[in-house]
Design a protein around this ligand. Structure first.
Ligand code: 13P
Ligand code: SF4
Length: 316
């Protein structure tokens, strides 16, 4: 059969999506064109909830590998595709399952809380998973006398430690190379240049150690999007990966959004393109499937996190 001709690549993707009974999930750091054709955009938590809920048979996960793994763990019966198999995450590579096992051996009654930016194999060794939007809630849920290991992000761990007031948390020394670009020096300068702006910071930022008390808001990516819509302020400094500015500007054309660092760009997230989404749907590539034994173990901390988040949503 001759290949159908489409006016735009967006039309082609829509047709392939219908043919495959697929849904496109896109993280807030994806390029604008991908966010615009996605069925859902959001932070790690919202996307994992969407992955669990969708009735589609195929999920095209426009994000990074650990996110697609989480979707596959939550929906083992669905086919999860990532447009570029090399879309990894520098942070998730900073802790191994062996290192977590070694800590647990030394702390047999300890509790391991793992940021979602980790491999499925690390999650499988953990007691609780968390994202940037629920890390404090998850830790508050754990009895105060339990020693906690928080992996792998140092800055998020430090923020959680401060917010919960717990001193029995061992924090891993991992970091995201993108959020390291947002230095305290840059924030100082922006404060001077934009005295009216509200400062929205992602807890992975390295400047968090200095500004924890001074940040106007410490938020996950989706919380930043929601907050900037609801706030009466007209100017915002946004301390996270710059892809998020697309959604903020689109939803608030009259407000000003200033990136805390123009070069805070995640090369892994940007590996996904519209052309690769077409190939993903045509060739059903690249499937992300977690081995069953690991998936079953990793589901436990992920499900605990989702249950805590759900309870929190009901209360708040
Ligand atoms: P969010 O869960 O806030 O979207 O963060 C994910 C991430 O990778 C941040 O770098
Ligand atoms: Fe990982 Fe950092 Fe990219 Fe987020 S921004 S996916 S933490 S490398």
């Amino acid at each position: 059969m001759p290949k159908q001709i489409f006016n735009t690549i967006q039309d082609e993707i829509q047709a392939l999506k219908r043919e495959r009974n697929a849904v496109i999930l896109a993280h807030n750091y994806q390029i604008g064109d991908i966010q615009d054709i996605a069925d859902f955009t959001g932070d790690s938590l919202r996307l994992s909830q969407m992955a669990a809920k969708t009735t589609a048979e195929v999920i095209v996960f426009c994000g990074v590998h650990f996110m697609a793994e989480t979707a596959s763990i939550l929906s083992p019966e669905k086919t999860v595709l990532i447009p570029d198999i090399n879309a990894g995450c520098s942070l998730s590579g900073m802790v191994t399952p062996e290192q977590v096992r070694a800590w647990k051996k030394e702390h047999p009654n300890g509790v391991v809380v793992t940021y979602v930016n980790t491999s499925a194999a690390v999650k499988a060794e953990s007691d609780y998973c968390c994202t940037s939007s629920n890390a404090v809630k998850v830790v508050e849920h754990i009895p105060a006398d339990k020693d906690i290991l928080f992996v792998p992000d140092f800055y998020l761990g430090n923020y959680v430690k401060q917010r919960t007031g717990r001193d029995n948390i061992t924090i891993w020394k991992g970091y995201c190379h993108v959020h390291m670009m947002i230095s305290p020096g840059k924030i100082d300068q922006l404060r001077e240049d934009h005295p009216q702006a509200e400062f929205l910071m992602h807890p992975e930022c390295s400047c968090m150690t200095k500004y924890m008390d001074q940040a106007d808001q410490v938020l996950s990516t989706e919380e930043m999007v929601r907050y900037s819509k609801e706030s009466n302020r007209e100017e915002f400094v946004v301390a996270t990966e710059t892809g998020i500015l697309h959604k903020m500007r689109k939803e608030n054309p009259d407000k000003q959004f200033i990136p805390a660092a123009e070069n805070a760009i995640c090369g892994y997230m940007k590996m996904n393109t519209l052309e690769k989404i077409v190939l993903a749907l045509e060739k059903m590539q690249y499937e992300v499937k977690v081995p069953q034994a690991i998936a079953e173990k990793a589901l436990i901390p992920i499900q605990r996190m989702l249950d805590i988040s759900y309870q929190t949503q009901l209360i708040s």
